[in-house]
Ligand binder design. Sequence first.
Ligand SMILES: *Cc1c(COP(=O)(O)O)cnc(C)c1O
Length: 333
Amino acid sequence: YGSTGTPTTDALCDVVKMLESADSVVLAPTGRGAVAVAILSVVRPGDRLVIVDNVYEPTRRFAGVFLSRMNVETVYVDPLDHDAVRQAVSGAAALFLEAPGSQTFEVPDIPALAALAREAGAVSIMDNTWATPVFFRPLERGVDISVQSATKYYGGHADLVMGTVAANGRNGKMVEETWRELGMHVAPDDVFLALRGLRTLDVRLERHQRNARRVAEWLSAHSKVDRVLYPALPDAPGHALWKRDFEGATGLFSFVLKGYEMDAVQSVVDNLELFGIGYSWGGFESLVTVARMPRIRTATPWPEDEHVVRLHIGLEDPQDLIEDLERALARLP
Ligand SMILES: *Cc1c(COP(=O)(O)O)cnc(C)c1O
């Protein structure tokens, strides 16, 4: 009876334990499910949860739709403002982190924020989907619970949906208990795809990184681009902390077009030929979306006239991707 695991799921959990430096790993049917398991493991009715303002939007929605119903109060903070975090986390049950910031890619000081949570007696959770444990291992940096959407780079071929939650000691026990009582199950064929994807994770990430860097550098020199939000670039927000804490950068980043109406920005997306329009990412192919920034920030409002275009740079020849971007940007006035 495989409802709580099989030799196949054990094999994947064992690999992820090694990657995450964790003694406990559970698999969820989606990354969002993994976020939910992690949060539900540590909050009770009447608790306060602190979430960084640049969190993945569906995590914000889970708090607004679901946790509010459980009488869990959510407070959003600017992760770069340590005084605000210290204040918010005092008396809170948990601090939910994500780095770099979703859509905007600023890099907070994760070890310092995890220490603030610990001092306040709050459990820290980090969504580490962007870096994967190949480039950043949250549990080695003082974070209590590490969440990953395996849908992205673990799968790597855009044909898998899954999430993982990793922790140690007592936190791991709480996660396992919550996961078991929620009846989470992942199908063996999906687990097989994740296991197979992990065998090439390291080499794929190296290529995503090299390609993304080339495209990001090209974009940052383009006259219609205000700035590129990719922490691997020396003048990007968060570069110093990225360099200190991360062992690499993956294929997802954004750039800002300033002085254009949303319609014009969307026309760039429509005029791209090699980039598909896609919200998920982490596969072999390049993708583009336009972020709706004003809707997804509350503690750190984003300027209305700064439109954020998010790219996922795949494994194609980066010169082809640059030429595609060049053609689409040339059609802007
Ligand atoms: C995609 C994503 C998730 C959710 O993953 P799904 O498997 O699509 O549910 C969570 N966090 C981040 C940062 C993501 O990019």
